[in-house]
Design a binder for this molecule. Structure first.
Ligand SMILES: *Cc1c(COP(=O)(O)O)cnc(C)c1O
Length: 480
C-alpha cells in the first residue's frame, strides 16, 4: 500500500499497482448452484471452478502474478541440472532471507514431508503455535505427536489481541524441560492459517529462539504467508512502524534454523522450498530430494516457476504491493462484526473467518457446522469458501472425531485478485444467510476417506435443507 496523509488528517491507503490482465467471471443462477453443490457432495473442494462466482477457497496458486514474473518465466533457462535460473533464485533467497542453502520442492507439503522424514521419529514431539492440515498429517505419518500451544487469546474469536499466532512461551518451556531429548523441533507458522490468519510477533519468535537455544532444539518456521505477518508487525508491533518490510522480514526469519514455505502463497507461484544456514541440516535433507522431488536444482518444480518465484520473493516485501487484500479483509470483518456475525477478530491475513458453530448454533458438531455453512454460503452467493473445522481434522486411531478448538469457514482473499464490489456483495450475502440460518441444518457422510478427508469426501444435506434455502432465496432475491 502507498500510505499518504489525507486532507482530514487521517491515513489514506492506496494500492500501488494497476490491473493489466483480467479474467471474466460469471455468477451461475441459483438453480445451477443447487445442482452443482449436490453433484459436489456438499463439499466445496469438489465444485467445478466454472460453477463458482468468487473463488475464495484459498490463496494457494491463484494469486495475481506481476508482469515481471511473467517476463521472467519466458527467459528462464531450462536444464535438468545446474540451471542458471536456479542459481539466480538461490541468490535471491540469500539476499532477501539471508539463507545460504536452499532446497526447492514441488510445494509446501513436500517440504513438510522431507522435514518429517529427517527429524521426526516414533514418539517424537513437535510443539507449535498451531497445526496446518498437511503439516499434522506428515508428522502423524512419521509417528510424531503435534502439541499445540498458542496463547490463550488465540481461541477466543472476540479477543482483539494483536498477535494471536504467538506461542505460549511458558508452556513451551515446560515441554522442553519435561520432554528433553524427545522434541524433534519447535515449529512456528506465520501467519497461523487455522487460527484465522493471525500473526506472530517479533517479540514472541525472539523468545522462542532463546528457549530453543537453551534446550538445544531446532526452530522451524513455516513462512508460507510470511508477507502478511511482516505487514502486521509493521502495523501493530511497537518499534517497527518506520522499518522497511524487507528488514522486518530478515530479522523475523533470522530467528529460525530452518525456513520453509509453500510458494503457492506469498510468492504467488506454484512451488516451494526449504532454506537454512546449517550445513548439516542441508545435507541431511537434500539427499531425499532426488528420491521424492527431482534433481536439487529444480526439486519437482518447473524452471519457469522458479524464475517467477525469485521475483515473487522480492515482491513479497514491496511496500507498494503488500496489504491491499488485508485492507479488504479488514473492511469485511469490521462490517460483519458490527452486525453481529461471529467473525474472528482482529482482522487477520488470508481471509475472512466465520465461527460456524456460533453462526449455526443449532447444528451439532458431528453434523459439521462449518461444512454446512460453506455449502450454504455457496448456495446463497456462488462464493466458494473452505471448511476449516471438524471435517478438516481426521478421526483418531480409534475412529473417534477430533473436534478442533475453532469451527471455522475461511473466505480467502487471494493476493491482488478481488475488488471492493466483490467485498460488498459478499457482506450482503453473508448477512442474508444469517437472517435465514435456521433453515440450514447439518451434513452427513456418504463417502469418508481415511486421511485428509476434507479434500475428497462426499456428503448430503440432512433433511434436504438445501432445497428449502433455495426456495426462500428465489422468493426474496430472484433467480440469480
Ligand atoms: C498451504 C500451506 C502449506 C502447504 O503448502 P502446499 O503448497 O499447499 O502443499 C503449509 N503450511 C501453510 C501455513 C500453508 O498455508
Amino acid at each position: 500500500m502507498i500510505i499518504v496523509r489525507s486532507r482530514d488528517g487521517s491515513e489514506l491507503r492506496v494500492d500501488g499497482y494497476r490491473v493489466r490482465f483480467f479474467e471474466r467471471i460469471d455468477l451461475p443462477p441459483i438453480d445451477r448452484r443447487l445442482k452443482a453443490i449436490r453433484e459436489a457432495g456438499w463439499n466445496t473442494f469438489q465444485l467445478k471452478a466454472d460453477d463458482v462466482f468468487l473463488d475464495m477457497l484459498t490463496d494457494s496458486g491463484v494469486n495475481a502474478m506481476s508482469i515481471n514474473q511473467l517476463a521472467a518465466m519466458m527467459s528462464a533457462q531450462d536444464a535438468y541440472a545446474g540451471s542458471r535460473t536456479f542459481y539466480e533464485f538461490a541468490e535471491t533467497v540469500e539476499e532477501i532471507l539471508s539463507f545460504k542453502y536452499v532446497i526447492p520442492v514441488h510445494q509446501g507439503r513436500a517440504a513438510e514431508h522431507l522435514l518429517a522424514k529427517v527429524f521426526v521419529r516414533e514418539g517424537s514431539i513437535v510443539p507449535m503455535n498451531y497445526h496446518f492440515t498437511t503439516t499434522k498429517t506428515h508428522i502423524d505419518l512419521a509417528g510424531g505427536i503435534v502439541v499445540e500451544i498458542p496463547v490463550k487469546e488465540a481461541l477466543d474469536i472476540k479477543s482483539r489481541y494483536p498477535f494471536k499466532g504467538d506461542i505460549d512461551v511458558s508452556k513451551l518451556e515446560e515441554i522442553l524441560k519435561k520432554e528433553r531429548g524427545k522434541v524433534a523441533f519447535v515449529r512456528i507458522e506465520a501467519v497461523a492459517n487455522l487460527l484465522g490468519g493471525q500473526p506472530v510477533s517479533m517479540k514472541n519468535i525472539r523468545e522462542v529462539r532463546e528457549l530453543c537455544d537453551r534446550y538445544g532444539v531446532p526452530l522451524v518456521l513455516d513462512g508460507s504467508m510470511v508477507d502478511w505477518n511482516v505487514y502486521f508487525i509493521k502495523e501493530r508491533e511497537p518499534g517497527y512502524r518506520s522499518k522497511k518490510l524487507v528488514d522486518i522480514l530478515r530479522e523475523f526469519v533470522s530467528y529460525s534454523d530452518i525456513f520453509y514455505m509453500s510458494a503457492r502463497k506469498a510468492p504467488s507461484v506454484r512451488g516451494g522450498f526449504i532454506a537454512t544456514n546449517n550445513r548439516e541440516f542441508y545435507e541431511k535433507i537434500v539427499i531425499h530430494v532426488p528420491v521424492y522431488e527431482g534433481f536439487p536444482t529444480y526439486g519437482g518444480m518447473s524452471i519457469k516457476e522458479i524464475a517467477a518465484m525469485a521475483i515473487g520473493l522480492r515482491e513479497m516485501v514491496d511496500e507498494n504491493l503488500i496489504g491491499s487484500e488485508l485492507e479488504l479483509i479488514k473492511y469485511v470483518v469490521e462490517e460483519l462484526d458490527k452486525r453481529g456475525i461471529p467473525v474472528v477478530l482482529p482482522p487477520g491475513g488470508l481471509g475472512v473467518h466465520i465461527e460456524a458453530s456460533q453462526f449455526l448454533p443449532h447444528v451439532p458438531r458431528n453434523a459439521y457446522p462449518a461444512g454446512s455453512l460453506a455449502a450454504a454460503l455457496y448456495l446463497a452467493s456462488g462464493v466458494r469458501s473452505m471448511e476449516r473445522g471438524a471435517m478438516s481434522m481426521d478421526r483418531d486411531r480409534d475412529g473417534r472425531e477430533i473436534y478442533p478448538d475453532l469451527e471455522l469457514i475461511r473466505i480467502a482473499f487471494p493476493r491482488r485478485t478481488y475488488l471492493k464490489s466483490h467485498a460488498d456483495y459478499l457482506i450482503d450475502r453473508v448477512l442474508w444467510l444469517y437472517e435465514h440460518r435456521d433453515i440450514v441444518e447439518g451434513l452427513r457422510w456418504i463417502y469418508e476417506p481415511p486421511v485428509l478427508r476434507f479434500f475428497l469426501g462426499r456428503l448430503e444435506d440432512i433433511g434436504n435443507w438445501g432445497e428449502k434455502l433455495v426456495e426462500v432465496y428465489k422468493k426474496e432475491l430472484g433467480d440469480l
